[in-house]
Design a protein around this ligand. Structure first.
Ligand code: KIV
Length: 336
């Protein structure tokens, strides 16, 4: 029996519906397909199961001349796709400052902002080695703060390696962080956190003193025991010399093909950035155009009432519809 207790027709309808839906859901125990509302299933990855990549796997890769693959990822879905595609390392780079947060450079992004992304990536990554960038200001001020921030990336973010920019001047700090059982990735060459000191994003190591400094940096970090060494924006010849000199695996970006591995920014390879790409960027997909087209098509469908169709709509069960029609007919009769 339907009770018309509400002052509004909407509430009346809701009371009726909740009772009938309850009855319906008992009859359809297990849930009809159309009742499953989740848009992002969270089950395990359907792809091939892979070995977990660790810091020692990186050294094995170098030993066996097996190129190491690394991409940045900053959120759950992108990281999951990257991991399931078999990439060895995922870097939650501070480049997310520009790619995800729209900052002008990497200098403004904070530890808390980075952690927010590292945690999201951690939830999806199963096999790749997860590296988190320590942002500007989180390790330059004093060693105690650096250790405490590095620990946060491991304990709260689930990172397996933290990355620190800078060469020989960071060697002591890197040793202390490794002593605290946290693997560290080095990053030398064009280090974006030094943009103001470098006077712009410029290729480093183009003259003899620059090359000498880079070699000293690489050797110092190699001796400090870094898990890998990112080489950014340096001449191919210099990256090749460093790679041959150190036992640490080198991961290049704009550093030529002789590095032990290569890293690129996810948004760069997918054309999801808005400026001119750097010389070393190769586009492997055009998600930018794909998204623009899809969004325009959705907009056009809604404006022209092409979306949603009847097939894309939920429907009342037959008995509920009959009951509703009876109620409405009664209401119409009472009114007239
Ligand atoms: O933040 C980043 O994306 C990086 C890579 C370019 C190495 O540090």
């Amino acid at each position: 029996m339907l009770l018309e207790t509400s002052s509004t027709n909407n509430l009346f309808a809701l009371q009726y519906l909740s009772a009938s839906t309850r009855a319906g859901s008992i009859r359809h125990a297990g849930g009809a397909l159309e009742e499953n509302l989740s848009l992002t299933p969270t089950g395990g990855p359907p792809g091939l199961s892979r070995h977990k990549i660790t810091t020692s796997s990186l050294r094995e890769h170098k030993l066996h001349h097996e190129p190491i693959t690394c991409l940045t990822a900053y959120d759950y879905s992108a990281a999951r796709l990257v991991d399931e595609a078999g990439i060895d390392m995922i870097l939650v780079g501070d480049s997310l400052a520009q790619a995800m947060l729209g900052y002008e450079n990497t200098l403004t992004v904070t530890v808390d902002e980075m952690l927010h992304h590292v945690k999201a990536v951690r939830r999806s990554v199963k096999s790749a080695l997860l590296v988190a960038d320590m942002p500007y200001g989180s390790y330059q001020i004093d060693a105690k703060a650096a250790l405490s921030n590095a620990t946060r990336f491991v304990k709260e973010g689930g990172a397996e390696v933290v990355k620190i920019e800078g060469g020989e001047k960071r060697a002591d700090l890197i040793r202390r962080i490794i002593d605290a059982e946290i693997p560290v990735a080095g990053h030398i060459g064009l280090t974006p956190q030094s943009v103001n000191v470098m006077g712009g994003y410029k290729v480093q190591g183009k003259n003899l003193s620059g090359i000498e400094q880079l070699m000293r940096d690489a050797v110092a970090l190699d001796r400090a025991g870094v898990a890998c060494l990112y080489l950014e924006g340096i001449p191919r010849e210099v990256a090749a010399m460093i790679t041959a000199e150190v036992s640490t695996p080198t991961i290049g970006i704009g550093a030529g093909p002789e590095c032990d591995g290569q890293v690129l920014v996810f948004h760069d390879i997918m054309n999801m950035t808005f400026g001119m790409p750097a010389k070393f960027v190769r586009r492997y997909g055009d998600a930018g155009s794909l998204i623009t087209q899809a969004v325009a098509a959705f907009r056009a469908d809604v404006k022209s009432r092409q979306y949603p169709s009847d097939e894309e709509s939920y429907h009342l069960p037959k008995e509920t519809r009959a009951g509703l029609e009876t109620v409405l007919a009664r209401k119409r009769a009472m009114r007239s």
